[in-house]
Structures are given as C-alpha cells and as structure tokens.
Design a binder for this molecule. Structure first.
Ligand SMILES: [Zn+2]
Length: 244
C-alpha cells in the first residue's frame, strides 16, 4: 500500500493505493474469484465494508459525476465517470490504474473529496482543472484549500506513443511533444502540472508520487510494461472516501 503524506495528515478521509503484492484488481486480466478476493483484501486492509464501495467505470473521458446526497448514488454501486466528486460520508470511490494518473482531491475545509482517472483523455480535457472548478462551484471550495495527491503513473520519459497521437496539432501541446521517428514522446505530467499552476494551485498543495509505473512494474501494474513483454497485464486499485 502506497501512502501520500499530505493526505495522511487528515483524520477525515480514508485512501489507498494498492501495490502489486496485493494482486491484480481488474476482472479483464484475472479470474473473477481471484480478483474479488484481491479486492476484498484491499478493502479489508483499509477497514472498509465492500458494500460501501462505488466502482468507477473509466472511459478516457472528462466526464464528472457529482454526488451530494444518498439518492445520487447509482444503484449497483457503479458509476460511469472518469471523476467523481462527493461530500457523502462513508462512501468510498474506487478505480483501477495501470499507467494513467490517479488524482486524489480533498478539501479539508468543506469536507469534499474527488477521485479522478487522468490518462491521455483526461489530460487533453484538463480533467483535474474541471474537477477543481466543480468543487468550487458545487461545494464552495476555495482552490487554495484543496490538497491534491497524484499516484504512480507513466513518467514523461516513458510515455512514447505511435503517431498519430491525440495531441498532434493542438497549439498548447506543442512544447510537450517530442518527435521520435514514427513515435512521439508525450509529457503528460508536465502539461498537467503547468495547467494546475496556471489556475493558482501551489506546489505545496500537491504531492505527486514520482513512481513511474513502467519503470517500477515489479511494484505496480503497467500497461506499457506489459505491451513491451516485460510482465503480465493487470491493474492496481485506488480508493478514496470520507470517514463516517
Ligand atoms: Zn518512466
């Protein structure tokens, strides 16, 4: 289990980032019974009842779900969104990661949390910026109060994709793309860090894990490492919720 110290200081939230020793959390890459057992162990390690888990189905989109009352919680405890913002206590957001960046948000003043899956889609769509704006508009959060934790993801040296890439031709991406023959190296982390700085988020509010999933595939699952034949496919879990 990986920890982010800025989030650790709060007694109001529970969060967790599973590591490889806790097993694959995706049904796509494992037997159902094994995955269920892995998830149960992960939730139990955090002392959370699995009936309080809201599973996020991801789509590389910038779709945000805002949950403010119990009736907003989808039946079946599955939500189609790449980001969820909520002030509902005793509800735990859960998503799967294997190279994209998991963003954890917490406003200790308004007691609001958000969890987001930020891959190429969420970066191009500036999903973290949209989440912060919605926290402000829906809950009255002040941007300077919000703590942001960023879990392990593909680093700016390892994100090398075959052309054509989604960001090609977008002017604001010009300085973040580096041509390498028929491939392009993409600096998602630096782009997103600069976008957060533009809206006034200070470095002290952010704790970014420097772990690169592709380089550290023995500790975390990585789609790129699996594609390169270095390891098998799998996904690790990220969870965030307000304590009851
Ligand atoms: Zn890397």
């Amino acid at each position: 289990m990986l920890t982010l110290t800025n989030l650790n200081t709060s007694k109001d939230i529970i969060y967790g980032i599973s590591d490889r020793s806790q097993g694959n959390m995706s049904f796509k890459y494992g037997k159902r019974a094994d995955v269920l057992a892995n998830r149960r162990r992960f939730f139990a390690a955090l002392n959370i009842d699995e009936n309080k888990i809201l599973k996020m189905n991801l789509d590389q989109s910038s779709k945000i779900a805002v949950l403010t009352k119990k009736q907003d919680i989808p039946s079946g405890l599955v939500v189609e969104a790449d980001a969820v913002i909520t002030n509902i206590k005793d509800l735990f957001l859960f998503l799967l990661i294997g190279d994209c960046a998991p963003f954890f948000f917490f406003d200790p003043n308004k007691k609001v949390i958000a969890l987001a899956h930020v891959g190429w889609g969420g970066t191009v769509g500036k999903l973290p910026v949209l989440v912060l704006a919605r926290m402000a508009s829906e809950f009255g959060s002040s941007l300077k109060d919000i703590l942001i934790g960023i879990g392990p993801s593909l680093c700016d040296q390892c994100d090398i994709q075959p052309n054509p890439i989604q960001q090609a031709g977008i002017p604001e991406w010009k300085n973040y793309l580096h041509s390498q023959g028929s491939f392009t190296r993409i600096e998602l982390r630096r782009f997103m860090a600069d976008e957060l700085a533009k809206i006034g988020i200070q470095n002290k509010q952010i704790e970014a894990s420097n772990i690169c999933t592709r380089e550290d595939f023995k500790q975390f699952f990585s789609h790129e490492a699996a594609q390169a034949g270095l390891t098998e496919e799998g996904r690790f879990g990220c969870l965030l919720g307000l304590k009851p």
